[in-house]
Design a protein around this ligand. Structure first.
Ligand SMILES: [Zn+2]
Length: 221
């Protein structure tokens, strides 16, 4: 037997269940998608976007990569965001990190993974930029805080992209959010870095990042 056969069987069962619950579901969905939400998350298999927020196919537009990064020169992420904003007209974009992220951990500890080391340089840069907010914490707290700071920074990157700047200039309503997901309890936490227009990008960013105190400088240092 083909070892992947069970996946096809489960797929058929899943499709039957959805059709039974909502007759005509797939036919309607095939004609048009109109999700209100875009999810930018980590590729980690333990963080499935639709399931976590209890949404059906067609309800959330998803982009995932290692460590949920939005890099200013990444055409993949930027094209996906542009499509979501300009064609699907999503109303909310959430960047969702997660505790226990192997990418963030590798960047924090300087562990070599392979090709991804180059990608994770972006997280290493954040570790350096925010080292005073990390250095006085124990290793596991450093990891959690870097996961959160990474999300806050990526929300800022989405906000400063030409896609969002243009959308807001046109008067389109799109709100950005930063969340973090707990693998241990399955719960989402809002990092309160919500941005919905150009003039609240910096204040929201500063307000969010201020929650992570810097190590106090000793006298004369
Ligand atoms: Zn991850």
């Amino acid at each position: 037997m083909n070892e992947l056969q069970p996946l096809f069987e489960r797929n058929a069962q899943w499709a039957r269940q959805i059709e039974a619950r909502q007759p005509g579901f797939f036919e309607r969905l095939a004609r048009q998608q109109s999700p209100k939400y875009m999810w930018i998350g980590c590729a980690d298999s333990r963080v499935p976007a639709n399931e976590i927020i209890g949404l059906d196919p067609g309800e959330v537009f998803v982009h995932r990569n290692v460590a949920n990064l939005v890099v200013n020169s990444d055409l993949n992420a930027l094209s996906t965001i542009q499509f979501a904003v300009e064609h699907l007209r999503v109303e909310h974009i959430m960047v969702v990190g997660h505790y226990g992220c192997a990418g963030v951990r590798a960047a924090l500890r300087g562990t070599r993974i392979g090709l991804a080391d180059n990608w994770l340089r972006h997280v290493q840069d954040l570790r350096l930029r925010h080292r005073k907010r990390l250095i006085h914490l124990d290793e596991s707290a450093q990891e959690d805080v870097l996961c959160e700071i990474n999300v806050i920074e990526q929300v800022g990157n989405v906000a400063l992209s030409t896609v969002l700047q243009d959308a807001w200039a046109r008067g389109q309503k799109v709100t950005l959010h930063g969340w973090v997901y707990g693998l241990r309890d399955g719960l989402l936490k809002d990092l309160a870095v919500t941005m919905d227009r150009p003039d609240n990008v910096m204040p929201a960013f500063v307000q969010a990042i201020k929650r992570y105190p810097r190590l106090a400088q000793p006298e004369g240092a």
